[in-house]
Design a protein around this ligand. Sequence first.
Ligand code: TYD
Length: 208
Amino acid sequence: MFITAEGVEGCGKTTILKMVYEKLVNDGYNCLLTREPGGVKISEQIRQIILNKENTELDDRSEALLFAASRRQLLVQKIYPALKENKIVLCDRYVDSSLAYQGGGKKLGVQNVLNINLFATDHTLPDLTLLFDIDPRLGLERINDNKNREVNRLDLEKIDFYNRVRETFLDLAKKYTERYVIIDASKNIEEVFNNTYKIVKDRIDGNR
Ligand code: TYD
């Protein structure tokens, strides 16, 4: 079972996914928790290029291709082996982030970005995608309140960009109804966690 978490910055998906992972492990499930861009050495190296604030010349299509390359490497080295061992794979961001950020946010077109990602992933799409939906303004406010979090190059993009990203995620949720679940991420962390865990648990139980 392959589960991904998506949403704009400050939606809380990383925190919630970690809590879900810990509870699943505690309940005896065999799980892998990983993240994008990164997760394995080569992908982490690619991540450094993409998120480096000094790389202002990085072209949008190059960026989309780098995300896809990083994703491919993570799939081959970590996700495929874990799925083969029947693990529940929880991944913080995946193809849908590229569709929303590069396709929608950077206006490269969702279909164009999907095409390179279908090649990169050999059509491997998640069984379940958790969309942590929040108004980007609220998400960015949360980040600014959290002084420990480093602001990366993509964080500096304008609010219009994040609004496009959010809208693209919501369009994707309408298109891929069988794998998408929208979670209201504006609620408090306990409530978001409880809602998320129930969705994940129901899906796992229905699948086994
Ligand atoms: P990260 O520090 O991991 O942020 P977050 O905790 O919000 O996931 O940085 C990832 C950044 O990269 C984030 O701004 C989203 C962006 N991104 C894309 O633009 N396209 C992609 O395909 C992926 C995976 C991430």
